[in-house]
Design a protein around this ligand. Structure first.
Ligand SMILES: [Zn+2]
Length: 117
């Protein structure tokens, strides 16, 4: 993928592009932060990558700066206290799910044993 050289896009221009392409949330400045739902990272306007915008590269678009994460503005939410709490909860829930799975496996093994007689 061809990246637009940052030298060609001033901060003002980048902010203008972000505001145009991110129709979901308003960007006050490139210092604004977003939480990427796809890779689970906090990203700033400065970090966001610009793609395309030239012939052959398709329409201009903005993507997550994280390697191999190609999420789009729709996937970027404001990192409010609730969102950050939710992230922490999801991490905890993930750990719980793992524990429950282990419990279920243990129960399955217990159930199997009497039938074997
Ligand atoms: Zn991402």
């Amino acid at each position: 993928m061809e990246l637009i050289s940052p030298a060609h896009v001033s901060d003002e221009e980048k902010l203008r592009i972000l505001r145009r392409l991110d129709q979901f949330r308003h960007w006050h400045s490139l210092d604004d932060r977003r939480y990427c739902l796809v890779c689970g990272k906090i990203i700033t306007g400065h970090q966001i990558r610009l793609l395309g915008g030239t012939r052959g590269n398709g329409p201009l678009r903005v993507i997550c700066p994280t390697e191999r994460c190609h999420s789009i503005p729709m996937d970027w939410v404001l990192p409010t206290a609730e969102v950050l709490a939710d992230i922490t909860m999801k991490k905890a829930a993930h750990a719980d799910a793992h524990a429950i799975r282990q419990d279920r496996d243990a129960q399955k093994n217990q159930r199997v044993r009497p039938c074997a007689n």
